[in-house]
Design a protein. Structure first.
Length: 311
């Protein structure tokens, strides 16, 4: 079969999560981002697939109406679903947005290898007392999906998050980063070490393929820093995070509500700049995710004839 036909058959896809819409960004900027990410991915030759659970049905790709409903979040009774919440939510007819962990589980089931998001969840600051660590971390150790992110959200303890990823055996690969360049979401560098950096997409695809030969069931975190022109001032971000964390502590906000609360407060404290940065980095990740999915599909198509003659 000609390569072109085969490429068409396995149209490369990029998974997208829906919690970023339901709980990460204000309405209607979240809906606009949903459209934008789909267009960005389509422009690379790949196809976006947004995951969600609606009235108990698993959705792979959302209609405009469904995206709108999910984007209304709490107000529309939308739940925040981790990987472990999926079965119950589906059996009980619930409606929920998928976090990174849930999206990874579903993407793995749908054989989608690339997933673009903003930033993953990780170890919360103060986790020593609260034990609050995102299920995204264990999902990375469990599902063979490459998550293209701007690192982990800056509201977290990034050093502890990196340590946990190491314990879990999840490779963290920078895309055009420096030696101290683990990204800090709103800013390009956290100052934390990141030994591995790759400068081009075909190399990234080769790295993934090699990783999955050895560890067929383990995910990869790709750390793609926010474009310089959209990065926020570190002092401004740090200050806003400090204030938001104090507010959360004073109000006793914990558990699933913590990340959405902090993101909302940051938006207010930075007068919308944190949301603008979030949109820009998500788009940047969608672009890289699309190119990566296309590169992986191309590599697969090139390798297949070889594999056939070998078997
Ligand atoms: N990245 C963003 N905005 C978000 C999230 C990530 O830019 O809203 C969401 C993701 O869905 C991630 C979740 O999986 O926050 C993590 O939540 P928690 O810390 O409760 O695990
Ligand atoms: Mn948590």
């Amino acid at each position: 079969m000609p390569v072109v036909t085969r490429l068409k058959e396995r149209r490369p896809s990029v998974a997208l999560e829906s919690t970023i819409y339901a709980f990460g960004l204000p309405y209607p900027k979240n809906v606009e981002l949903g459209w934008k990410l789909a267009r960005t991915i389509a422009a690379t030759g790949a196809e976006a697939k947004t995951f969600a659970v609606i009235d108990g049905d698993l959705k792979v790709g959302l209609s405009d109406e469904e995206l709108d409903r999910i984007s209304r979040g709490d107000a529309a009774g939308v739940l925040k679903l981790n990987a472990s919440d999926l079965g119950p939510a589906m059996a009980l007819g619930m409606t929920g947005a998928t976090t990174v962990s849930a999206t990874m589980a579903l993407a793995a089931g749908a054989k989608v290898r690339v997933f673009a998001t903003g930033g993953i969840g990780g170890v919360h600051r103060g986790a020593k007392e609260t034990f609050d660590e995102s299920q995204d971390l264990t999902a990375l150790a469990r599902y063979p999906v490459a998550v293209v992110s701007a690192g982990a959200k800056a509201i977290l303890d990034l050093g502890a998050t990196l340590e946990r990823l190491e314990t879990l055996g999840v490779p963290v690969i920078g895309f055009r980063t420096t030696q101290t360049g683990f990204p800090a979401f709103y800013t390009r560098e956290s100052g934390l070490p990141l030994a591995l950096s790759v400068d081009d997409v075909p190399t990234l695809a080769r790295v993934l393929r090699a990783h999955w030969r050895i560890h067929p069931n383990v995910g990869v975190l790709i750390a793609n820093p926010i474009p310089a022109e959209h990065a926020l001032d570190k002092a401004v971000v740090d200050e806003a995070i400090e204030v938001a964390l104090r507010e959360a502590a004073a109000k006793g906000v914990r558990g699933k509500g913590l990340t959405p609360f902090l993101l909302r407060r940051l938006d207010e404290h930075t007068e919308g700049r944190s949301v603008e940065a979030n949109v820009a980095l998500a788009e940047n990740n969608a672009h890289l995710g699309g190119e990566l999915a296309v590169a992986l599909a191309r590599m697969q198509a090139d390798l297949d004839p070889e594999e056939k003659t070998q078997s």
